[in-house]
Design a protein around this ligand. Structure first.
Ligand code: ZN
Length: 351
């Protein structure tokens, strides 16, 4: 009678294993519970096989059950190993892991950054430690300043000598109707502080000029230029090259814009390498003369802010050595390679 039971258990125990596995899966058992039940059935099968009267059959079934046990162990080990690896790779970018140096409200604020593998806690700390200067608080400056503030860049300088006018508000979304007449840098400061009280904003209500430009740029890790006059653009480039600070430059007119990151200290071109000849005054119309579509500075300025976040955190590939040209009217974009000119009068001969 008992012998018959052993035969049954040793032979149909495999079916029992499958049934327990299925129930565990369907009922979503905890892994410990499932492992416990599977181990119990397996042990039952092994012992039953061993206790069978027919010695030859017993030996065969014992070997079978040992094989099944080994396969089960390998499968469980593999599953646990994969789970462990997943936990480990996820372990770095958690909000809790970034807590050093951040207040509770900041951890909550930057949570969507911190869970990004490419940024994580270390990247968010780099953003907090970064000092970024933005030249121009107009069309491109608006999204640049808002996104840098939102992203948690620790110190944001902004220089502009203009005041907010009604005709700016079609695209310069950092300003408001109520702040018409206010200096753009102070209007921008109000908006940035309202968006993120955890950052420091340094407004410079003045025009960028020669000597001052180099001294100012030296105080920062990165410069973003979104001005629409060529004198300032070439001046910013010279100051950045002199100070050894990388420059993210953006430009827009009508329906088209372009962005690049110039870092000649790392062997890339400077702005003047790519645009060696300053256009004659009046040759390239300004936004005031030629017009500009309202969302275009939003598109190009956001790309500039994105490049800044990538440069600071080290995520991905920046536009260093590449120029992105965006045609909004036909929604086409091109990225072309740009190179350092050895005879560049701004950065040539320095390296
Ligand atoms: Zn150059």
């Amino acid at each position: 009678m008992t012998s018959g039971l052993f035969v049954l258990l040793s032979q149909f125990g495999l079916l029992g294993l499958a049934v327990v596995g299925l129930i565990a899966w369907v009922r979503d058992w905890s892994r410990a519970k499932a492992y416990g039940w599977l181990a119990a059935v397996w042990l039952g099968g092994l012992v039953s096989s061993w206790l069978r009267h027919d010695a030859e059959a017993a030996a065969g079934y014992v070997r079978l059950w040992i094989a099944v046990g080994l396969i089960g162990l390998v499968a469980a080990g593999y599953g646990e190993g994969v789970r462990w690896l997943r936990r480990r790779t996820r372990a770095t970018p958690t909000v809790a892991a970034a807590s050093g140096g951040f207040r509770e409200a900041e951890l909550d604020r930057y949570a969507r950054h911190i869970i990004l593998r490419e940024i994580g806690g270390p990247g968010q700390k780099r953003l907090k430690a970064a000092k970024v200067l933005v030249v121009g608080a107009g069309g491109l400056g608006s999204p640049v300043l808002l996104y840098l503030a939102a992203a948690g860049v620790g110190v944001i300088g902004v220089i502009d000598d203009d005041v907010v006018e009604g005709s700016n508000l079609q695209r310069q979304v950092i300003h408001t109707d109520g702040r018409i007449g206010m200096a753009k840098v102070f209007s921008a400061e109000v908006a940035m502080r309202a968006l993120n009280p955890f950052i420091e904003v340094r407004p410079y209500h003045r025009r960028l000029t020669g000597e001052f430009a180099v001294d100012l740029v030296r105080d920062y890790d990165l410069v973003l230029d979104g001005t629409d006059d060529f004198d300032t653009r070439y001046l910013v480039n010279r100051a950045c090259v002199a100070a050894g600070v990388p420059l993210i430059s953006g430009a827009i007119t009508q329906w088209e814009g372009q962005v690049s990151l110039f870092d000649p200290a790392k062997g890339g071109p400077c702005y003047a390498c790519v645009f060696p000849v300053k256009p004659a005054p009046g040759l390239v119309p300004t936004c005031a003369e030629a017009g500009v579509a309202a969302p275009l500075p939003g598109v190009i300025g956001s790309m500039m802010a994105m490049e800044a976040v990538k440069w600071v955190t080290g995520a991905g590939e920046t536009l260093a050595g590449r120029l992105m040209i965006h045609d909004a009217l036909y929604m086409e974009a091109r990225v072309i390679g740009v190179r350092k000119r050895e005879d560049c009068e701004v950065c040539g001969g320095r390296h």
